[in-house]
Write a protein that binds this ligand. Structure first.
Ligand SMILES: *[C@@H]1O[C@H](CO)[C@@H](O)[C@H](O)[C@H]1NC(C)=O
Ligand SMILES: *[C@@H]1O[C@H](CO)[C@@H](O)[C@H](O)[C@H]1NC(C)=O
Ligand SMILES: *[C@@H]1O[C@H](CO)[C@@H](O)[C@H](O)[C@H]1NC(C)=O
Ligand SMILES: *[C@@H]1O[C@H](CO)[C@@H](O)[C@H](O)[C@H]1NC(C)=O
Length: 211
């Protein structure tokens, strides 16, 4: 156990997760903070700082910036939650296009992909997309508008234990989630996964509580 812990501390890039990873990491499935109490979210902010510092690529994450504490400090909007893809997939998934995207995908994802295809400069053949929603209809009422920042590139999804590998990261900005109530959130990565195990790894659920 001790050895394992040391290994994780010394080599954050070579630990493996089977499912989508959430930053900040949840404590027993829960992300809970008080936007008026910096002590309650300082740990969350530094976890995301660490994640983004590992990235080799410079990205524009606005409005999800460290300088605004990834919106954890905002008393009228919600936080930015970051996700990275499972590091071990059995097989390379295929990108969906507007004809192959399953009918149960949200309407806004259908429209978004049609838009990308119309804009011929942008390539869609190697993209995977994230969507989140409230798990139950009540959660769906409380979750408010969401903004999905960038897509995953399937071509750089990791499939093996390459030690040089850098996680590909995406962010979701919760613009106006209800406060003082637990919201159960389901996030899903949309790509045509080739095995049941990979498909199951592409969905994650967590609780969000903002005071
Ligand atoms: C969220 O809802 C799901 C489905 O109802 C449930 O299994 C899960 O325990 C809830 N909470 C978390 C943190 O996943
Ligand atoms: C949130 O933090 C502020 C500032 O410390 C405090 O006044 C307030 O009571 C806290 N809210 C809750 C619900 O704990
Ligand atoms: C989507 O992909 C399928 C299968 O590769 C292909 O037959 C179809 O023409 C593509 N549709 C668009 C709009 O690119
Ligand atoms: C949320 O999305 C999941 C996965 O796409 C779906 O199964 C579920 O029915 C949705 N929940 C609501 C309340 O729309």
């Amino acid at each position: 156990m001790l050895t394992l812990k040391l290994f994780i501390i010394l080599s954050p890039l070579v630990t493996f997760s089977k499912a989508i990873r959430i930053y900040p990491a949840t404590r027993e499935g829960l992300i809970w903070y008080n936007s008026s109490d910096p002590n309650s979210y300082a740990g969350y902010v530094s976890e995301i700082d660490d994640l983004l510092n590992q990235q080799n690529r410079i990205m524009n994450w606005s409005p999800c910036m460290s300088s605004s504490s990834y919106s954890f400090s905002s008393t009228n909007t919600g936080p930015c939650i970051f996700f990275s893809f499972p590091e071990k997939l059995k097989e390379t998934p295929e990108s969906y296009n507007s004809t192959t995207l399953p009918a149960n995908a949200p309407d806004y994802l259908h429209s978004y992909i049609i838009g990308l295809e119309a804009d011929r400069v942008r390539k869609t053949h190697n993209l995977a997309y994230i969507t989140c929603n409230g798990t139950s209809p009540a959660d769906e009422e409380n979750i408010g508008p969401l903004h999905f920042l960038r897509n995953l590139e399937i071509s750089i999804l990791p499939y093996s234990a390459l030690t040089t590998f850098t996680e590909d990261v995406i962010a979701v900005y919760f613009e106006k989630p209800m406060r003082y109530i637990v919201i159960n959130v389901t996030c899903k990565i949309w790509a045509n996964f080739k095995t049941l195990e990979d498909f199951e790894a592409s969905v994650v659920t967590f609780d969000l509580l903002i005071d």
